[in-house]
Write a protein that binds this ligand. Structure first.
Ligand code: HEM
Length: 418
């Protein structure tokens, strides 16, 4: 693998934990190269950044996902041997299942469920002294996601289930306590959802056909057999957990409204959703969430005279591509208007992966994410007023996933007279 700049040293796993979101970006800047080699977790790894790197990374003939996600990530964030680790026909068949949940009607229903929850939460906040927005958003979205997916959730369970979904998300890039919490959260959640799948199969429970619970419970594998009950549970969790994770982007969006009052003004004036769309896109580009994604070389190939050897681990820089100086004007400035008439490609703006969501591993939930963010950020800007007391809103780029330290505290929430 000549020709590729190479970082010296035996292993850089610790630097990955220390540099976090900036691990690839920093080195790519130093090497003046969007491709370089390093060593991570005892093996050689190639890092890619930018549009061309993303294009090659999403070529299914060149890359596979089998063996790419470390077990520690599968045992917390993803679930073992689930969609993220599948390839070929089997992956496409599984992806169809996820994409079938994203119809216009189902998104409309999600919209209505979410608006109803916002009304209830605003009412509650009006009676409260101090609101930690991030915690509230995770709880609200746990309710929204469960209702939308057909998963029964009693009020007294909300806190516990919210914490478990939150802990699975928070375990990415963690060692020690946060990782251990993620593991036990996953065990509890899988046990809960597996029993629901079994209840559906034994017809003790009959969710609506359009719901994710029904679809996962009755999904057939390519060979015509029902998906293993635990796998069905893992995939249902792969719908609910990331929906809860949108709470992170909404919290960052609230930080954006606070940090950039001029943009807030524009969102307040927004009548038809145009500006809330631009604002949402810029939040997804600017604030840190998914740092990178990984795959392995399927078979030897040469790209731009760089040799890629079978099975080599390859990481694509998500954070750095979204701030690539060649792709974005003033990449480190928050400018929603850059997305007006935006003519980028599916490989240059990749907060939730790149390429085609049906054929490749690009996120199945991008439309859900955008919808939930637009509704929530418009609610914050247009339907309520609140104070933002002094607090520590900084976020640490070595913590993956990152979140503002204070988790965004608000006070004196009042409904706007419309
Ligand atoms: C995959 C990010 C929300 C479901 C992914 C990937 C990323 C990502 C980076 C991997 C792309 C790749 O490896 O090529 C995010 C972020 C979200 C979010 C930042 C914001 C909260 C959602 C939502 C859903 C969802 C709401 C709900 C259905 C999935 C699934 C996959 C995936 C099922 C696996 C796709 C596959 O392997 O084919 N997401 N996602 N995500 N996401 Fe999301």
């Amino acid at each position: 693998q000549a020709n590729i700049p190479s970082e010296k040293g035996l292993d850089h796993s610790l630097s990955l934990l220390k540099d976090g979101y900036l691990f690839i970006h920093k080195r790519a800047q130093d090497f003046q190269s969007d491709i370089f080699k390093t060593r991570l977790m005892g093996e050689e790894a190639i890092c890619l950044r930018g549009e061309d790197g993303a294009k090659v990374f999403y070529d299914n003939d060149k890359f596979k996902r089998e063996g790419a996600a470390p077990k520690r990530v599968q045992k917390t964030l993803f679930g073992e041997d689930a969609i993220q680790s599948m390839d070929g026909e089997a992956h496409r068949h599984r992806k169809q299942l996820f994409m079938s949940l994203m119809s216009r009607e189902r998104l409309q229903e999600l919209n209505e469920i979410t608006r109803a929850q916002w009304l209830l939460y605003i009412k509650k906040w009006e009676t409260q002294k101090k609101i930690v927005l991030f915690d509230e958003m995770e709880a609200m979205l746990t309710k929204v996601a469960c209702e939308w997916a057909g998963v029964p959730l009693e009020e007294k369970e909300v806190e516990k289930r919210t914490k478990d979904f939150g802990d699975m998300i928070d375990a990415f890039g963690a060692v020690g306590v946060r990782h251990a919490r993620g593991r036990s959260a996953r065990k509890r959640t899988e046990a809960w959802i597996t029993s629901l799948i079994e209840e559906v199969r034994s017809e003790q429970r009959s969710p609506r056909e359009s719901t994710a619970l029904y679809q996962m419970a009755w999904h057939k594998e390519l060979d015509g057999t029902l998906m293993d009950a635990k796998m069905a549970a893992i995939e249902l969790i792969n719908v609910i957990r990331p929906t809860v994770a949108v709470g992170r982007f909404i919290t960052f969006g609230a930080v954006g409204l606070h940090e950039f009052p001029k943009e807030r003004e524009k969102l307040m004036q927004d009548q038809d959703g145009t500006y809330s769309h631009l604002f949402t896109q810029e939040v997804r580009r600017y604030y840190p969430f998914a740092p990178f994604t990984g795959a392995r070389v399927k078979k030897d190939f040469t790209w731009n005279s760089h040799q890629f050897k079978e099975n080599t681990l390859v990481l694509l820089d998500i954070y750095g591509t979204n701030r690539h100086p060649k792709l974005w004007e003033s990449p480190n400035e928050f400018r929603p208007e850059r997305f007006k008439g935006w003519e980028g490609s599916p490989f240059s703006f990749i907060p939730q992966g790149g390429g085609d969501e049906h054929k490749g591993h690009r996120c199945a939930g991008e439309w859900i994410t955008i919808e939930l963010m637009k509704i929530s950020l418009s609610q914050l800007a247009q339907n309520i007023t609140y104070d933002v007391p002094k607090q520590d809103l900084t976020y640490d780029l070595s913590r993956m996933p990152s979140i503002p330290k204070s988790r965004f505290i608000i006070q004196n929430v009042r409904r706007q007279q419309q």
